[in-house]
Design a protein around this ligand. Structure first.
Ligand SMILES: [Zn+2]
Length: 237
């Protein structure tokens, strides 16, 4: 083989490896970097999960909506937002929803050292426990980004890593119809495979500041529509 062909092969192998690492570290349903919890095998089961909260602009209305339907959801809270809005975090716990750890400051853990990951999880864990009285047992990595060390650190802290298998993409400026279409596509695929669904939604943004909070009105409207659907059983994780 001539050296150019060898070099070209080497290059594509490197590109493949890099692509594989990115897939393993970012793709929500990939299990290459270790097991993460996603969903059970009851196709009618749907877990509504809301990341990045709490937010005074969206969380109270969402809690009212869920209460009207007697449905419990899972909230992956950011420590910094719990510190800002402790009464909202307490209300989520008091109303019987599951609370998970979404780190203190929402870094990309794929690129973080084990020490940083540990500190991010430990600080958030302590704050949620002190604020709500609930010690989370679930952890969702920000952006879904993790590497094998991320999962080891979480497990050593008795935190189960949780990903998702339905991507609503509600962090983009999408219409209610577009959010619903994303959900229907992924839930339909899960049901055809005989799987339950775990829907990634947001009642806040990791970019929220006290001065500027993201509106999640369309997420709430999409949630309201889903809750009216017959044949679905909503579960908290
Ligand atoms: Zn997030």
């Amino acid at each position: 083989m001539n050296p150019f062909a060898t070099a070209a092969l080497g290059l594509s192998a490197t590109a493949l490896l890099a692509g594989g690492a990115l897939y393993a570290g970012m793709w929500p349903t990939s299990q290459i970097y270790g097991h993460t919890w996603i969903a059970g095998d009851d196709p009618s089961e749907v877990a509504l999960t809301y990341d990045d909260g709490p937010s005074p602009d969206n969380t109270p209305a969402l809690l009212e909506l869920l209460a009207q339907h007697n449905v419990h959801a899972t909230f992956f809270l950011i420590g910094e937002h719990v510190r800002r809005y402790p009464q909202l975090a307490r209300r989520i716990a008091e109303e019987g929803h599951s609370i998970g750890n979404h780190t203190m400051t929402h870094p990309n853990l794929f690129r973080s050292s084990s020490a940083t990951t540990h500190r991010e999880l430990a600080d958030c864990q302590r704050l949620i426990a002190d604020t709500t009285g609930v010690t989370p047992r679930l952890f969702r990595p920000p952006f879904g980004a993790r590497n094998p060390a991320t999962l080891r650190v979480a497990r050593a802290m008795h935190l189960e890593p949780v990903m998702w298998n339905v991507t609503a993409k509600d962090w983009q400026p999408l219409s209610v119809e577009a959010i619903i279409a994303n959900i229907d596509r992924d839930v339909g695929r899960n049901q055809r495979k005989g799987r339950g669904s775990n829907i990634l939604l947001h009642d806040a943004s990791h970019l929220d500041t006290p001065q500027k909070l993201a509106s999640r009105a369309n997420t709430l409207a999409a949630t309201a529509e889903l809750l009216m659907r017959p044949g679905l059983r909503f579960i908290a994780l």
